[in-house]
Design a protein around this ligand. Sequence first.
Ligand code: AMP
Ligand code: MG
Length: 474
Amino acid sequence: MQFPFDNTYAQLPDRFFTRQMPEPVSAPSVLAVNRDLADRLGLSLSDDPATLAAIFAGNTAPDGAAPLAQVYAGHQFGGWSPQLGDGRAILLGEVVAPDGARFDIQLKGAGRTPYSRMGDGRAWLGPVLREYIMSEAMHALGIPTTRALAAVATGDTILRETRVPGAIVTRVAASHIRVGTFQYFAARRDLEGLEALTQYTISRHYPDAQGPEGLLDAVIGAQASLIAKWMGVGFIHGVMNTDNMTISGETIDYGPCAFMDAFHPETVYSSIDQYGRYAYTNQPQIAVWNIAQLATALLAIMPDRDAAIERFSEMVNGFSDRFDAAWHDILRGKLGLTSAREDDAQLAFALLDAMARNQADFTLTFRALSGASPETARELFVDPTEFDAWFATYQARLDDAPDRVARMQANNPAYIPRNHRVEEVIQAALTGDMGPFHTLNTILAAPFDDQPEQAAYQAPPDASEVVQATFCGT
Ligand code: AMP
Ligand code: MG
């Protein structure tokens, strides 16, 4: 099996990474292979399960791979960590897809590296399947994200709170360059490294950007758009540390992330986010905070520091306007408004406020509004008259467009990876049954289709199924 590797990160200076082979595992077996993604990448995958398992477990390095662990730093929950890095992930290399797009192929859970600190370099089955499902669901929803090419079981057990089966996910990303990668070099005053990273990143992701300032502007645009898309599907990343924010604008590092069921702006699932720093509604502000760290790092290579501080501050402060523009467009799309009017956002926020007061399910409410009988959304409200009041205003505002239902359905998914379903998939996989995983994955590949035979997967959890907290689960 051949991967057409074309490795560029491996040609950056040695201090950008440590060359590191994956640590072999004892009895690898394939849990899932994403052949659609392989086609998109132009990879011809073997049909032999043993060959696939050996490659995606890291037991065999494919020809042309240049395995390495990347170094980075980052602010975790606001606290500075001068040295992080791939502690359990190994970049095999980059491939260039038939359309010219370049992708990293990385094994996550592939063993210890010099950046593992206290960790074992491994991942267990739960988070591996979770990342696979969530990232592929995000992709199907049209949200920029890393993707999952394969999941394998290692045949080894690892120790978490109990002994659990080890697994590895093969992650595909436009790159793994993070805000924290820039912070790493800036914090060490390694200006040559920072300069090289900046040039590399511009040519890889934003070839039209002019210098550090152009790069900052492009990242602000990409992140403003990304976070607005998250908000539009009720996604909560859960760990928006600067090392978990990509420069490419892709969603990365699926840990305790979750989609909301009942709408509430303060929703937090992550068990490690005690103070709600990364709650649903805080995500745009946290993005600004992270982008400010990127701006600070880039300042170090600006010739006129005072002038740059002024310009960068303006740009960082400009994030919220760019986010609002993107977010309001998304809300307009969700409500099926074809023209833009000044009070559209007010109309949308009035609905969200009513949903929050009435524990209305985020996804179901918008999907019901997108149907032939939008007034059925009222049944999702504890007090349906609160919906009725809003609905009257909404109907008066609606543009008279015949294709509204189709347009709204393309903006409001019927299916999201609900926490209780993801949990169900993991529990089944722990007993050796991958059936529910494949079923869920197939449904989530067409999230905007009605799929009437799968309607049960649209439903929120009943009281006994509610997942209260999600875990980093490393
Ligand atoms: P994350 O929360 O996945 O973004 O990880 C934060 C940091 O901890 C990164 O530097 C990871 O590489 C590292 N890390 C997480 N889990 C492990 C593990 N099991 N072994 C080694 N390092 C880990
Ligand atoms: Mg991370």
